[in-house]
Design a protein around this ligand. Structure first.
Ligand SMILES: Nc1ncnc2c1ncn2[C@@H]1O[C@H](COP(=O)(O)OP(=O)(O)OP(=O)(O)O)[C@@H](O)[C@H]1O
Ligand SMILES: [Mg+2]
Length: 405
């Protein structure tokens, strides 16, 4: 286990049934599919040959349809499930080997868990619900309340600390669940469909809040969802599961632009690619020209591209020479670049998504891609965006519809 990995599953199998280590495991290990193993042995394959590792500080999302093994997988991490075969490591600790108080301490200190339907104690106040885990740990009241208030502040419920859970909406109650997990300040958050019961709008708010919290706290989050949009929105990496097996692991962008199978491609079809693919993926080297160059020289430099930028001595773009304008100006007798220099060109950062830059790109001119210091690092044009979207579409169409078989 390398230093930056905090959770690691190595070829984990989980078979449900009276004899999990019997023939069902042998068949699963030979590569037999979940349904066939079930037909042959009457045992259910919860996980088959599942391997992945989660890096410290990463939000790792497991996504898949109902019954694909997501909950089973997350439960192996805190040993709510024993595994049938393989290995689960958390921060170098072999989780399966833990028992009794060692296991309790490990769960308490290392991780917090949030479920889909988070049960709050109806007769305890919000702050007492939040601090419940700390109370169990024997943390004294003032320290407990301080930690709870901090956690409630993170989820925006500070002012409801002394209310009863019954006075809270479903979304707010779910936030208390998140606050409870955060109160003990664990390294790892395990979240199983934590937002799935919420209305779309509230759900989005919760996702945004979690992204904010994550930016501030850098927890390691193992998040489970059956919603690919949610997965791509919050995940640094996404693991797609089907029938107990891992189908693909990748960044949202990799999943979208390089779906590994038709199954993944089918999911990807419903996703707004522009929300995920970023400028960095397809930007090209920017062409530059001098402000005192001739139009002929500028056009030579531009070649097949859409324009060239003039940069100052620090490498920051100060003007754009669009190819079309240069061609027209040259035809009507102008010779110098300054006659067509566009000063109000648009710029973007490399991390912006296609959706972020559509409006500017739609004007038809090249955008300057700049780094944090404003230096020119590339260029992007609407045509580049369209080309990439078209490539992904064709890729998806190219997969045979092997899908829900
Ligand atoms: N305790 C159990 N006993 C027997 N089979 C189980 C048990 N828990 C899960 N399974 C089976 O393991 C498989 C994976 O279930 P799991 O709960 O991990 O799915 P999931 O991906 O979390 O689905 P959902 O989106 O519906 O929550 C299913 O086929 C399920 O029937
Ligand atoms: Mg589940």
């Amino acid at each position: 286990m390398s230093e930056d990995e905090i959770i690691k599953l190595e070829s984990v199998y989980k078979i449900f049934g009276p004899q999990p280590r019997g023939r069902a495991l042998t068949l699963a290990k030979s590569g037999m599919k979940k349904n066939d193993v079930q037909a042959a042995t009457d045992h259910v394959v919860g996980m088959t040959d599942v391997s992945f590792s989660v890096k410290r500080g990463e939000t790792f999302v497991i996504m898949g349809l109902s019954g694909s093994g997501k909950s089973t997988a997350i439960r192996t991490v805190n040993k709510l499930h024993d595994i049938t075969d393989g290995k689960v490591l958390v921060d170098g600790v072999d989780v399966q080997a833990l028992t009794g108080t060692a296991l309790q301490e490990f769960r308490r200190e290392k991780m917090g868990m949030v479920f889909q339907h988070f049960a709050l104690f109806p007769h305890r106040s919000v702050i007492d619900n939040t601090g419940y885990g700390l109370k169990v740990q024997g943390v004294e009241k003032s320290a407990r309340n301080e930690a709870s208030m901090n956690a409630l502040r993170l989820v925006g419920l500070e002012s409801f600390a002394h209310n009863s859970p019954r006075e809270l909406s479903g979304g707010m109650q779910q936030r208390v669940g998140l606050a409870r997990a955060l109160a003990a300040d664990p390294d790892i958050l395990l979240m199983d469909e934590a937002f799935s019961a919420l209305d779309p709008l509230i759900r989005r708010q919760m996702q945004d809040e979690m992204l904010d919290i994550q930016e501030a706290l850098h927890k390691t989050i193992l998040f489970i969802t059956h919603d690919l949009n949610e997965a791509l929105r919050i995940g640094d990496r996404v693991c797609i599961m089907k029938d107990g097996a891992v189908v693909q692991i990748g960044t949202p962008e990799e999943i979208l632009t390089q779906p590994a199978t038709g199954y993944v491609a089918e999911f990807v079809q419903d996703v707004d690619q522009g929300r995920v693919i970023d400028v960095k993926t397809i930007m090209v080297d920017a062409i530059t020209t001098d402000a005192d160059a001739t139009l002929g020289q500028a056009l030579d430099a531009i070649g097949e591209r859409f324009g060239a930028f003039v940069v100052d001595k620090d490498g920051r773009p100060t003007g754009l020479v669009p190819r079309e304008d240069a061609v027209k100006a040259l035809a009507s007798g102008s010779t110098d670049v300054s006659s067509v220099l566009v000063k109000d060109f648009d710029s973007t950062g490399a991390k912006a998504t296609f959706n972020d830059v559509y409006a500017e790109a739609g004007k038809g001119r090249s955008l300057a891609v700049v780094d944090d210091d404003g230096k020119l690092i590339g260029a992007i044009h609407l045509r580049d965006i369209m080309k990439e979207m078209g490539r992904v579409e064709r890729l998806i169409d190219g997969f045979e519809r092997e899908v829900f078989m």
